[in-house]
Design a binder for this molecule. Structure first.
Ligand code: SAM
Length: 211
């Protein structure tokens, strides 16, 4: 590993708004981190944190946690932050959320442009696979909402199939978010990857379900 990356890893451990494998915060995010009783919203695979920050700006009454497995990306997410109290980052593997969040502690999840892991043998790495649904079911409060945004039609179709097979209520499906005459306000906020894909002329797929 490069020296540059190692330096960022050391720095990220000291950053006030990045928590690395925070087992001590399980069940205590509102009390110890946000100091309020507002909703807790998690973004899976937040990378440089642009989307979590944009959501935090728009919904100042909610608390946002961007999750990513890559410390150097969270280093950059933290550097880009400008002292917002309601947006923090968590450096961990998404499949281990149960170690860092109590049952029902999360109100809402955003899965934004997840890696498609196209090979069938890698399907259980998809952030929308049954393996991850099981984790969300535990840490998201009953009837909490999960949103998925992707440019990848195969991944989207896979998600719809997984939800049907798991008897999960699908609340909304949009197959070309930005091609609509009227784009719902919430979906007007774009992630870093979303902007790239729109520039390439790709349609953006959106799915919302309750868990
Ligand atoms: C394609 S990027 C999308 C970044 C951002 N959401 C966007 O839309 O611009 C996917 C991100 O998910 C992260 N990721 C993938 N699998 C993960 C996992 N199991 N746990 C945590 N982060 C993960 C990757 O490190 C990467 O930063």
């Amino acid at each position: 590993m490069g020296r540059h990356k190692l330096k960022k890893f050391a720095e990220v451990e000291e950053m006030k708004n990045v928590f690395s494998k925070p087992e001590h915060l399980k069940g205590k995010w509102r009390e110890e981190v946000f100091k309020n009783e507002g909703d807790v919203v998690v973004e899976m695979g937040c990378a440089h944190g642009d989307y979590a920050r944009a959501l935090g700006e728009k919904f100042s009454d909610k608390n946002f946690i961007g999750i990513d497995r890559k410390g150097d990306r969270l280093w950059s997410a933290s550097k880009k932050s400008s002292g917002e109290d309601n947006v923090v980052f968590c450096w961990c593997e998404g499949e281990h959320l149960e170690e860092y969040f109590a049952d029902g502690e999360i109100n809402e999840v955003w899965i934004t442009f997840p890696d498609p892991h196209s090979k069938p043998c890698k399907a259980n790495r998809r952030l929308i696979s049954p393996r991850f649904l099981k984790v969300y079911k535990k840490v998201v409060k009953k009837d909490g909402v999960v949103h998925l945004k992707t440019d990848n039609k195969e991944l989207f179709d896979y998600a719809v199939e997984v939800l049907e097979e798991s008897n999960v209520d699908q609340l909304e499906i949009i197959r070309d978010v930005h091609g609509q005459d009227e784009i719902p306000e919430l979906l007007q906020i774009k992630t870093y990857y979303e902007k790239k894909f729109i520039a390439e002329g790709k349609p953006i797929f959106y799915l919302k379900f309750s868990i």
